[in-house]
Ligand binder design. Structure first.
Ligand code: LLP
Length: 422
């Protein structure tokens, strides 16, 4: 978060005052730092260094075209989970050969399109998916690279909703069942077995779960070698967690160095799929206080951003810091719940924060660059927020705020439905 600072009582991103951003583009507004995105991506790529492999940015964390373009220009690869994310990467100038396709429910159309453009690898999550990929590839006389996502059954020690590597989760193939699926993949036409992957969860703040998963995958890779199945790359899934509040994290360099060290003599390319650790602390959501409402029990600051703009607190009880955009307010400091206009009790951005607030003030919800805009919706017929990229002392609109026409685009009145075929 080093790109955020206070200058002349103004919360500033790189060299741009966020009060100016709010004045120019309105609120709510997501704002991202080019320098922060660049710095955190380079931490991964430099830690990987000369070791063969790819840093595949997890598009789900922030899929704005300009953000993807910036990362593509830096040489990033991409981890996608839908045809829509694939098209975004291509539109942003990412190369198909730098795309890996994850996700439990790839449709046949998505698989065909991925083969048309020639992506690097399918991260396969089930045997039925493997059979479909083989069938499609064979019919096209093509051979496609696949990796099989193995569920290493390790506890990532994170929120249950974002923990994915346990036996009871829907993701990947059971560790014990994996060798048989690899055998099957080896026999299937149109399939080139290239990798093993896993993703045990997100917002992981210590290295041990990653290392436990790695150890299990290395055992599997050695087992596969005995079956004459040669694995070329190992993909450890999402990246490290981030500091939202006071979490202390190992460095990216330390993580990747440890992974390389554990490979021993094995000749394995390394893939990582970081999202949050590249984008979360590169962004904030700027919002304006509409009303303050003091009740006998709580003080509410009702702001113009809501759960439809940033779902994380409502969905995971996530804690994100709230900072005043202009500091030194003369309002009395009190405990506030920061809530939005949406008609849900779970519509809050923060609870119990000591702040000096009055109507008209702008607030910044920090660490909002990952899983912020991408999880936003039009709930309550609210247009989605604007997105702005800051670069030094410049700022650019990278997504315009949605207006009412944008919200209803693609909807039909009853009489229109009869004549117009979608
Ligand atoms: N690869 C796969 C297969 C994933 O499922 C994910 C995240 C990632 C990579 C990226 O993980 P990261 O580096 O960001 O930890 N919406 C939740 C997070 C959901 C994560 C889903 N998968 C949140 O806001 O906390």
């Amino acid at each position: 978060m080093q790109e955020f600072s206070i200058q002349d009582q103004q919360l500033t991103l790189e060299s741009v005052s966020l009060e100016d951003v709010a004045n120019q583009y309105g609120t709510p507004c997501y704002v991202y730092s080019k320098a922060a995105l660049t710095r955190s991506y380079l931490e991964y790529s430099q830690a990987l260094g000369e070791h063969p492999g790819k840093i595949c940015f997890a598009v789900k964390s922030n899929s704005n075209l300009a953000v993807l373009q910036l990362l593509a220009n830096l040489g990033a690869s991409f981890d996608i989970v839908s045809g829509g994310e694939m098209e975004r990467v291509l539109r942003a100038g990412g190369k198909a050969e730098n795309i890996i396709f994850s996700g439990v429910g790839k449709t046949k159309q998505e698989i065909i399109r991925a083969m048309d453009v020639g992506i690097y690898c399918f991260n396969v999550e089930s045997q039925p998916e493997l059979e479909v990929i083989s069938e499609v590839a064979h019919a096209r006389n093509q051979e496609v690279s696949i990796s099989i996502r193995v569920n290493p059954d390790v506890d990532a020690n994170t929120h249950p909703y974002i923990s994915t590597g346990l036996k009871e989760n829907k993701f990947g193939i059971d560790f014990e069942a994996a060798p048989a699926v690899f055998q099957r993949a080896k026999e299937l036409p149109g399939i080139k077995v290239s990798g093993v992957d896993c993703h045990i969860g997100s917002q992981i703040t210590e290295l041990s779960p990653f290392m436990d998963a790695l150890d299990r995958l290395l055992v599997l890779i050695d087992q596969l070698a005995e079956l004459s199945i040669t694995i070329e790359h190992l993909d450890l899934g999402g990246g490290l967690g981030v500091t939202y509040k006071d979490e202390v994290l190992p460095s990216i360099a330390e993580y990747i160095a440890k992974v390389k060290e554990r490979l021993g003599d094995r000749k394995l390319a390394l893939l990582f799929e970081p999202g949050r650790s590249i984008s979360a602390n590169a962004g904030a959501l700027i919002t304006e206080v509409i009303y303050t409402k003091l009740t006998a029990h709580r003080n509410f600051a009702i702001v113009d951003a809501a759960m439809n703009d940033n779902l994380r607190p409502a969905l995971y009880q996530a804690w994100q810091e709230i900072r005043p955009v202009t500091t030194g307010s003369d309002a009395e400091e009190q405990q506030w719940d920061i809530v939005g206009p949406v008609c849900e009790t779970s519509d809050f951005l923060a609870k119990d924060r000591a702040l000096s607030i009055k109507a008209g003030d702008r607030l910044a919800l920090m660490s909002a660059g990952a899983y912020g805009f991408t999880m936003s919706s039009n709930y309550n017929s609210r247009g989605r927020a604007a997105e702005v990229l800051v670069d030094g002392d410049k700022h650019y609109l990278i997504r315009k705020r949605e207006n009412f026409e944008d919200i209803i685009q693609g909807e039909y009145l009853l009489e229109e439905q009869i004549t117009d075929t979608p």
